[in-house]
Design a protein around this ligand. Structure first.
Ligand SMILES: [Zn+2]
Length: 57
């Protein structure tokens, strides 16, 4: 069962921290995710229950 960003189980701070770690340790081009108040992400269809990391190169 996926957790959507509007669910009570959703961990916004953990999600933001995880994306920040991707950006720290990998050459991230962009991140697709629809959850509000997450730095760096851009919206994309169907990205309400997972985020998608695009790397450069
Ligand atoms: Zn995706």
């Amino acid at each position: 069962m996926p957790v959507f960003w509007w669910d009570a189980e959703y961990d916004k701070q953990g999600t933001a921290k995880l994306i920040e770690m991707f950006r720290t340790f990998a050459p991230v081009a962009f991140v697709l995710f629809n959850g509000p108040d997450i730095p760096f992400v851009r919206k994309a269809t169907n990205h309400d229950h997972h985020f998608h990391v695009k790397l450069r190169g």
